[in-house]
Every structure is written in structure tokens, then in C-alpha cells.
Design a protein around this ligand. Structure first.
Ligand SMILES: Nc1ncnc2c1ncn2[C@@H]1O[C@H](COP(=O)(O)OP(=O)(O)OP(=O)(O)O)[C@@H](O)[C@H]1O
Length: 263
């Protein structure tokens, strides 16, 4: 568990937070996100958990500016992300569970292309790109076309692409799905390093052990609403567990277990 001095200026205000979501709502056939409030502190590693269909991806897609909410607000480092989406995206990284990269490009070309879209100085972009590829053990493949890459290699290229503009808020949807143990470790290490450098991370995961080991706070969503939030100990007490070593899995199942399946 990461321990960091809390910024005393936060005080729960939206301008002091990395991400403040208020009353967020999206309805498809039924509400997918239902008046969600969420506050992520600056420099925090936050894991968003929830059963299948709980609304995690829909929430993150709205936060990342990829889907328009029906109602509510999203503030990223004090920027109104709905009114000023480009300013918000400039400081945000989005990593989806279905990464899209350009097959005909090499990782270095792809990262240069993405950095160019952000208007980053090419020299700085190349330094960032080479650092990221080295961290992710893709340096030997830096000049090979991505078309021959495995799913895990493509996910790592996509992650590097999302980080190349040095975002302050990193949003990841199931970033470890399909990665082998070595690749998953590298991605986790990169994320922890980014947090050490001052970035804020919010990620969804179904791998509860990852949330338990990496996140400072965990939010649990069910049916589009936040039903519990806190450190693992706080979640334990919210789940009514008196036992200090109850696993997150048990706590999670207690918290969401009472939900009736949707019709
Ligand atoms: N584009 C869409 N059109 C219609 N319904 C959608 C759409 N996207 C999501 N939904 C519905 O919204 C609800 C929430 O889906 P979402 O993908 O946000 O859940 P999730 O918590 O990310 O689930 P999982 O853990 O399975 O990825 C689900 O009932 C889903 O079927």
C-alpha cells in the first residue's frame, strides 16, 4: 500500500481534487450510471470495482470525454471537462481494455504520431517514447511494425501512447486483462512509478488482489451508484466485518452480494 502525505489544501473541494464527478448519469435501456458522485484526490491510486454491468466503463468513458453524460458534471484538476473537453484531455490519459493502435507503424512511429497530435516537441516526445518503451520492455521492438505484435505487446504500446504526453490523470479500464505475469508486473510498475512522480491513477479491475495491493482507496459501484468507498480497512467496516484480515474478495462479495440480478 502506498503511503503519501495528504495535500492539506484538498479539503474535499472540487478544485483541489484530481477528479470530481457529481451527479453523473447515463441511461441506455435503463440507468447505467445513476447520479454518481466520485472524488479522486491528487496523487492517489484509486481502484474502481463492481460487478459486470455495474457502470464502471460507462463512468470512465464519460470522464475521459468519449461519451456524453445525460446529466452531471466532471471536473479534472478544476477544469470543467464537459465545457472544456480539449483542455481536460490535454492532461488526461485514457487506456481502454480494447487498445487501438496503428498496425502499419512501429511503436516509435506510433508514439511520435500521438505526441504530434498533442503538439509535443519532437525531441521531448522521442525521449518520453524511448523511456516508456524501455520501461515496458519494448525497446527491442521499437522499430518493428505493430502488426506482428501479440495482444500483450499491443496493450503495452497503447499504454505508452496514452502516457507519451505526460498526463496528470491516468484513467485505465481493465489494463491488465490478457497480460501475462511479466507484462502485468511491468504495467503495474509503470503505474506505480507514475504515481510516485505525482500522477493520479483511476482504474477498473476485476483482479481484486491488484486493487488490494496497489490502490490507496477503492470505490465499489453497483447499478451505477457508489455503494462503498475507502481503504480496505474502511471497506471491511462498511461491510460489517470485524475481522482484520478479511480479504477484499470477501468484503466485495458482501458489499455487492445482496444485489438482485437485473431483469
Ligand atoms: N453503448 C451502450 N448501449 C447500450 N447499453 C450499454 C452501452 N454501454 C453500456 N451499456 C449498458 O450499461 C450497463 C453498464 O455497462 P458498463 O460497461 O459500464 O459496465 P461495467 O461495470 O464496465 O461492466 P464490466 O465489468 O462487465 O465491464 C450495462 O447494462 C450495459 O449493458
Amino acid at each position: 500500500m502506498i503511503v503519501r502525505e495528504m495535500d492539506s489544501s484538498l479539503g474535499g473541494s472540487d478544485t483541489g481534487s484530481a477528479l470530481a464527478v457529481r451527479g453523473l448519469r447515463k441511461v441506455f435501456q435503463r440507468p447505467a450510471v445513476d447520479g454518481l458522485d466520485l472524488t479522486i484526490r491528487r496523487g492517489e491510486f484509486y481502484a474502481l470495482l463492481g460487478p459486470n454491468g455495474a457502470g464502471k466503463t460507462t463512468t470512465l468513458r464519460m470522464v475521459a470525454g468519449l461519451m456524453k453524460p445525460d446529466a452531471g458534471s466532471v471536473s479534472i484538476f478544476g477544469i470543467d471537462a464537459l465545457a472544456r473537453p480539449n483542455a481536460a484531455k490535454q492532461i488526461t490519459a485514457w487506456v481502454s481494455d480494447e487498445p487501438m493502435i496503428y498496425d502499419k507503424l512501429t511503436p516509435l512511429e506510433y508514439l511520435a504520431f500521438v505526441a504530434g497530435l498533442w503538439g509535443i516537441d519532437p525531441k521531448l516526445a522521442e525521449t518520453n517514447a524511448r523511456d516508456l518503451l524501455r520501461w515496458l520492455e519494448l525497446a527491442p521492438n521499437a522499430d518493428e511494425r505493430c502488426e506482428g505484435f501479440s495482444k500483450g505487446m499491443r496493450q503495452k504500446v497503447a499504454l505508452a501512447g496514452a502516457l507519451v504526453h505526460d498526463p496528470r490523470l491516468i484513467i485505465l479500464d481493465e489494463p491488465l486483462t490478457g497480460l501475462d505475469a511479466r507484462a502485468a508486473r511491468l504495467v503495474k510498475d509503470v503505474l506505480l512509478e507514475k504515481v510516485r512522480q505525482g500522477c493520479t491513477v483511476i482504474m477498473t479491475t476485476h483482479i481484486l488482489e491488484v486493487a488490494e495491493r496497489m490502490a490507496e482507496r477503492i470505490g465499489v459501484i453497483s447499478r451505477g451508484k457508489l455503494i462503498a468507498e475507502g481503504t480496505l480497512d474502511e471497506l471491511r467496516s462498511q461491510a460489517g466485518s470485524q475481522v482484520g484480515d478479511t480479504s477484499l474478495e470477501d468484503v466485495f462479495l458482501t458489499l455487492v452480494g445482496g444485489e438482485e440480478p437485473l431483469p
